[in-house]
Write a protein that binds this ligand. Structure first.
Ligand code: NAG
Ligand code: NAG
Ligand code: NAG
Ligand code: NAG
Ligand code: NAG
Ligand code: NAG
Ligand code: NAG
Ligand code: NAG
Length: 320
């Protein structure tokens, strides 16, 4: 009886346990089902979001790429147009000036040529400026043979030749002689392995211009602005720098004979110039590299002989 009962109890417990197990299993299944059914939309949602983000990123990249491509294309087109425009300006200039050169009245045509030259130069790049320069040189307009009257020459005061570049070789120097370049702008220009003779750069503005390994003879740099110009390894003879501004000019390795170069009234402040070079130069009334005055001589005061341009620099010397 007792045993039976215990069995009964046992069975009941088992049954209960079994029921509970079934119940919990079915709960478990339901839960998994629920989770799964919730998970699938969630995964789809995540997938959608991730794909959307990726797509957006991709299309942003694409847009950036397209933007960049069109920018490059536009820049290229602009460059081509700009180049074409400059080519046209240059071609028109050559045509016009060639016609003007054939006219009878030279005085009249020189004024026209001057105007056309100033206007063309403003719009051209350094390479075409150089070819324009050579055109004027070979037409004899900026070439002054001895005793030639100045009125027969092209006045290029304020003409913009900045950045033009001449370079020869040791064997074949680039030869530029009898140049008449009074008052022009020639900053950032280069004359490398050149031969410059009988030339007139008076009152020109030539900041940072290079005269490297060049031969400069019988040339005038009167009242020329040559700040930070570089005359490295250049041979100079019979040349004047009267009243020139030569601040921080580099004369390293430059050579000239005794009394062959004069710096009268010039400003050599901060220039790189050796004591030997200074000894070989005429230095009256100039500012030496260290900022002190050279020997003062009142009878050596020069007035601006090339007085077409008002250069205030020479006013300083009135103090003596
Ligand atoms: C040339 O033109 C200038 C200015 O118009 C005039 O003064 C001069 O007389 C002209 N010369 C000749 C030779 O025609
Ligand atoms: C010369 O070149 C320098 C840079 O090397 C530039 O800053 C300056 O504007 C240029 N000057 C002229 C007149 O072209
Ligand atoms: C002048 O030119 C020479 C040769 O190119 C160079 O070595 C030197 O540094 C230049 N001087 C200055 C002040 O730039
Ligand atoms: C200075 O002049 C003397 C004699 O004219 C010459 O021998 C010497 O080479 C010159 N020095 C320089 C640095 O040019
Ligand atoms: C010479 O150049 C230096 C440096 O720029 C300047 O301070 C000085 O005033 C100049 N001297 C004269 C007399 O112009
Ligand atoms: C300045 O330089 C000159 C020439 O090199 C020299 O004779 C003079 O003694 C120097 N002056 C000073 C104050 O350094
Ligand atoms: C340079 O040209 C100017 C202006 O025409 C002139 O006054 C000067 O005498 C010339 N200098 C030389 C050395 O020929
Ligand atoms: C040159 O400049 C000075 C000072 O700025 C002025 O008094 C003088 O009249 C000018 N001279 C000419 C010829 O322009």
């Amino acid at each position: 009886m007792l045993r039976r009962r215990s069995i009964t109890i046992n069975r009941t417990i088992k049954q209960n346990y079994h029921n509970a197990k079934i119940k919990s299993e079915s709960n478990y299944h339901a839960w998994i089902k629920l989770t799964l059914s919730a998970l699938i939309p969630l995964m789809i949602a995540i997938f959608t979001i991730v794909t959307t983000i990726l797509q957006q990123k991709l299309s942003t990249q694409q847009r950036e790429q397209e933007k960049q491509d069109s920018l490059l294309l536009r820049q290229q087109t602009e460059r081509q147009e700009d180049n074409l425009q400059k080519e046209n300006i240059f071609a028109t200039y050559l045509d016009d000036v060639s016609k003007l050169l054939l006219l009878e009245n030279q005085t009249n045509s020189l004024i026209h040529i001057r105007m056309k030259t100033l206007s063309a130069l403003r719009q051209l790049d350094p390479t075409r400026r150089k070819y324009l320069f050579l055109f004027l040189y070979e037409s004899g307009l900026i070439y002054r043979y001895p005793e030639q009257p100045y009125v027969s020459l092209l006045k290029l005061i304020d003409a913009d030749f900045n950045g033009i570049y001449f370079e020869g070789t040791i064997e074949t120097k680039c030869s530029l002689i009898h140049l008449y370049l009074y008052g022009v702008y020639l900053s950032n220009s280069s004359f490398i392995h050149c031969y410059i003779d009988y030339s007139n750069f008076s009152s020109a503005t030539m900041y940072k211009t290079l005269f490297l390994n060049t031969l400069v003879m019988r040339t005038s740099f009167k009242f020329t602005f040559l700040d930070q110009a570089n005359f490295s390894n250049t041979k100079i003879s019979d040349t004047t720098f009267k009243g020139a501004s030569l601040i921080e000019c580099d004369f390293t390795g430059a050579r000239w004979k005794e009394n062959d170069v004069d710096f009268i009234n010039a400003n050599l402040s901060g220039a790189m110039i050796s004591d030997e070079q200074l000894r070989n130069s005429t230095l009256y009334n100039c500012i030496l590299p260290n900022g002190t005055w050279g020997p003062i001589r009142t009878n050596n005061l020069v007035v601006n002989g090339d007085a077409e341009k008002n250069v205030s620099f020479n006013l300083v010397f009135c103090i003596c």
